[in-house]
Design a protein around this ligand. Structure first.
Ligand code: SF4
Ligand code: SF4
Length: 174
């Protein structure tokens, strides 16, 4: 609370002592009334909060939710180059590659993200040469057991159609 002061003739200020206050001032009634008026005024202003989870929020493409692997026609785009794991500041990504039947093509045998470590920075998305890992709209990352915080390849794969907002956003902004 701001200290009450009184101004002297020479311009200096001195704190008002409690014994100098009137009964009205000691009761703090004007301050209480001011506070209640402010509360009442706020009550009738438009609200910007929502009753989550009943009232859902749909993020835009600019939103950075949990990172996911893009699945195009049922196949992941990832070529297991390991750049995302290399750049991740939280060391949250683990990638192990395997060869495919196609020449010079690889895919992830193991791809894991530890969601307890991930800080949703989006570096993995920025560095990926294949647009294979992007930040989704999913912000509801919850688990009761820390072992469930490691999301494996199957859990990370998301159809490209569900990620179009983010992919469009990236094409516009890059
Ligand atoms: S969003 Fe950031 S912290 Fe999370 S996996 Fe990607 S690079 Fe790592
Ligand atoms: S997600 Fe992208 S950066 Fe990460 S291993 Fe796959 S292709 Fe490389």
């Amino acid at each position: 609370m701001r200290e009450r002061t009184t101004e002297l003739k020479n311009g200096r200020t001195l704190p008002i002592r409690r014994k100098d206050l009137s009964v009205w001032q000691k009761a703090y009634i004007p301050e209480i009334v001011k506070g209640l008026t402010l509360t009442l005024r706020q009550m009738f202003r438009p609200k910007f909060t929502r009753e989550y989870p009943e009232e859902r929020w749909e993020p835009t493409g600019a939103f950075r939710g949990r990172p996911v692997l893009v699945s195009e026609s049922g196949t992941e785009r990832c070529v297991a180059c390991g750049l995302c794991a290399r750049v991740c500041p939280a060391l949250a990504i683990f990638v192990q590659a395997e060869e495919t039947s196609r020449e010079k093509e690889r895919r992830p045998k193991v791809f894991e993200i530890d969601m307890l470590r991930c800080i949703f920075c989006g570096f993995c998305e920025e560095v990926c040469p294949e647009e294979a890992i992007v930040m989704s709209k999913d912000f509801e990352v919850v688990f009761a057991d820390r072992r469930k915080s490691i999301f494996e390849r199957e859990k990370l794969l998301m159809p490209m159609e569900e990620l179009m907002d983010r992919l469009d956003f990236l094409h516009r902004c890059r």
